[in-house]
Write a protein that binds this ligand. Structure first.
Ligand SMILES: Nc1ncnc2c1ncn2[C@@H]1O[C@H](COP(=O)(O)OP(=O)(O)OP(=O)(O)O)[C@@H](O)[C@H]1O
Ligand SMILES: [Mg+2]
Length: 346
């Protein structure tokens, strides 16, 4: 015969162990029914700041409706039956205090709103420290990128205004000397030097355009992408073009978006030339709802397996997109080229 006292002791022990584990976890854990009423909370004393409950005693939290932050997510999960998570900042502490919330419907949850049965778990974790560190890093990277663009603009201008003008002056004087040369041999020599000087002028202007294309500041992203593609055509046989969908050739966007997408395209094109062996490539710039989408595809060798993490190019693309709250998708199969898609909010 089983001894009821011994069983109670065993179950009692298990219950105590279970409770001590649940109470020790740093997350706030709620059990809620299908109406969002709190049936259990592991640390009610910590609930007010995290979940928006006003009370701080167990009686204020238990039996109260799940409120504040978690409610809208709970409603969505109730409608879809699919777990959701989100990171939110709220109330007076908006921007400083952040919570990670997860609403997980219980696998066997079948209780209707009237049943008062356990329906979902709600987990709330304080992620303020991580979010603050991320914010700091974000602002630092933003400043570095802005400083880099300013410096590039300055150096491009100097190259054009100082070195470019001097070389143009040299070429003009060489032409004058050539016209006054007393022998054909001297005229030929001077023509040779003038041709080299003209190559240098072209090179300086190419470098200046690479550093900061004037079209980007004067005419905007679509026109700058066209100019960039023309530069690529100058130095390679690749067939490449820009396609605009729902975007005007002279349309302007926020300068941060223009610069980021331009630099992303520049790196993607450099990668195509360096790694892909492609014959054809395409840049599509399209408006997609409230996002701007840029897809860069090539028909080259593609990538087999994991991408090398040695380079800085793809990491930079990721970084620039995420600074704008955007995202990047890479798709490739060996022999089938690479497709890179960036979406940024407008
Ligand atoms: N279009 C492409 N076709 C084939 N492989 C590519 C393509 N783009 C990138 N890759 C692969 O992805 C790797 C990582 O690219 P990433 O731009 O990060 O670095 P990298 O170009 O090697 O160096 P860096 O950009 O710092 O000069 C490349 O080394 C290459 O193997
Ligand atoms: Mg690269």
């Amino acid at each position: 015969m089983p001894n009821p006292d011994a069983a109670a002791e065993v179950f009692g022990d298990a219950e105590i162990r279970y409770r001590s584990v649940i109470e020790a976890i740093p997350e706030l854990l709620y059990e809620v029914d299908a109406r969002g009423t709190v049936l259990f909370c592991n640390r009610p004393e910590a609930a007010p700041s995290a979940a928006g409950h006003v009370g701080s005693s167990v009686f204020d939290v238990m039996g109260a409706p799940l409120d504040g932050l978690a409610r809208p997510i709970f409603e969505r999960v109730l409608a879809s039956g699919v777990a959701e998570e989100a990171e939110l900042s709220y109330g007076a502490e908006r921007g400083r205090a952040w919570r990670h919330l997860a609403v997980l419907p219980l696998p066997h949850a079948s209780g209707g709103p009237e049943d008062g049965e356990r329906w979902a778990l709600v987990l709330i974790r304080d992620v303020s420290a991580r979010k603050q560190a991320e914010g700091l890093r974000h602002r630092f990277v933003e400043r570095v990128i802005t400083a880099q663009e300013d410096e590039r603009r300055r150096v491009a201008q100097e190259l054009h205004d100082a070195l470019g003008q001097i070389l143009t002056g040299v070429a003009l004087r060489l032409k004058a000397l050539e016209d006054r040369a007393t022998t054909d041999a001297l005229a030929d020599d001077l023509a040779g030097v003038r041709s080299l000087t003209e190559q240098a002028i072209d090179e300086v202007s190419h470098i200046a355009r690479q550093l900061r294309p004037p079209a980007l500041d004067r005419r905007g992203l679509p026109a700058a992408l066209q100019a960039c593609v023309q530069e690529v055509r100058r130095s390679s046989d690749i067939q490449i073009h820009v396609e605009l969908e729902g975007v005007g050739l002279n349309e302007r966007f926020n300068p941060a978006v223009e610069t980021a997408l331009y630099r992303i395209a520049q790196e993607a094109l450099a990668n195509i030339l360096k790694h892909s062996g492609a014959q054809r490539a395409e840049i599509v710039l399209a408006r997609a709802g409230d996002e701007l989408r840029m897809a860069i595809t090539d028909d080259g060798c593609g990538v087999a397996g994991a991408l090398s993490e040695e380079g800085h190019g793809l990491a930079g693309i990721q970084e620039r997109a995420s600074l704008l709250g955007g995202r990047v998708r890479l798709e490739s199969a060996p022999g089938n080229g690479l497709a890179l898609e960036v979406r940024v909010p407008l």
